[in-house]
Write a protein that binds this ligand. Structure first.
Ligand code: SF4
Length: 78
């Protein structure tokens, strides 16, 4: 929660240069990450909630190439 009382939207992002495309993240977070035909992650861009955030933090921590990160954004209106 921020000082403005607005809950930031959090989603997973990938550094496509660092990623080696072996797909561990899709095993750790299958509800948000699937693999393309070459084994590289395709991320669901919708904000994470509750248990998904916990699983996403684990996937970020365990990515062997440090290619995953969580991104927080304050939703804008209008
Ligand atoms: S675990 Fe990391 S290096 Fe492996 S495919 Fe996923 S983002 Fe890429």
């Amino acid at each position: 929660m921020t000082r403005t009382g607005v809950e930031p939207a959090v989603h997973v992002a990938v550094d496509r240069i660092a990623c080696d495309g072996r797909g561990l993240c899709a095993e750790l977070l299958p509800e948000r990450i699937r693999l393309d035909e070459w084994g590289y992650p395709v991320l669901d861009p919708t904000p994470l909630s509750g248990a998904d955030r916990r699983h996403a933090r684990r996937a970020v921590r365990l990515c062997p190439r440090l290619a995953l990160r969580l991104v927080s954004e304050i939703p804008t209106h209008g």
